[in-house]
Design a protein around this ligand. Structure first.
Ligand SMILES: *Cc1c(COP(=O)(O)O)cnc(C)c1O
Length: 216
């Protein structure tokens, strides 16, 4: 089973970095994966999953939620303000806060629904125009506003480095922004680079294709 191999690699990378295995959680990125693969990973004991679209996640996890009470669902894709309420209703963590308007929408939805999923701020470390995330120079102000103005439970940061660059400097930048803001969680690293991310302090690695196989 691929999951056991991934967990072994996470453990080895954590140990090599002088960290303990329990410091790094595997987020199984289940977007666009067939049910059979998801059920197999659930049967192997995986409970933390990442999805990048609210509607797709509702369809995939609506019924399974009732079956697995210890499921943890994380939103790792861009969120529109008009979907904030649906996202707060379904997810246990929203990893892609990147603008004040969305912070306001999430705060309103949390108040209305009486649910407080964890929030991570996504930082666009490569300042790529097509990618979500707050730009690094604006990150401190957004983190501050999310906590103080909107009262959100901000736990950490998330990034997706540019595809064509070495990811290390991006992971280092994310870790630095988190440290100076007193944030402990770092969601970084995917199939191709999760071991590097662990070396730079990742607490959550988001692994899709290496765990499930190629997306359909
Ligand atoms: C799809 C996706 C992943 C997983 O990518 P793989 O390369 O398949 O591991 C991780 N993070 C985000 C934000 C994604 O959209």
């Amino acid at each position: 089973m691929r999951r056991a191999a991934i967990l072994a690699r996470i453990e080895a990378a954590a140990k090599a970095a002088g960290r303990t295995e329990g410091d790094v959680g595997l987020v199984a990125v289940s977007k666009q994966q067939p049910d059979t693969r998801i059920d197999a990973v659930l049967a192997a004991g995986q409970r933390v999953f990442g999805e990048n679209r609210v509607q797709e996640a509702q369809v995939r996890w609506g019924a399974r939620r009732a079956q697995f009470s210890d499921l943890v669902l994380r939103l790792i894709g861009p969120l529109q303000t008009n979907k904030a309420e649906d996202a707060v209703a379904l997810f246990d963590a929203i990893d892609t806060l990147d603008r004040p308007k969305l912070a306001a929408a999430l705060a309103g939805a949390m108040h209305k629904l009486g649910r407080r999923p964890d929030v991570l701020v996504q930082v666009n470390t490569g300042e790529e125009p097509q990618k979500g995330g707050v730009s690094p120079p604006e990150a401190d102000a957004l983190i501050h506003a999310a906590r103080e103005t909107y009262g959100l439970p901000v736990r950490g940061l998330m990034c997706i480095p540019p595809a064509n660059e070495p990811p290390g400097p991006h992971f280092a930048l994310l870790a630095k922004i988190a440290a100076r803001n007193g944030l402990s969680q770092l969601s970084m690293g995917m199939s191709e680079d999760f071991e590097t991310a662990i070396r730079f302090g990742a607490t959550h690695v988001r692994v899709g294709s290496a765990l499930f196989g190629p997306r359909g």
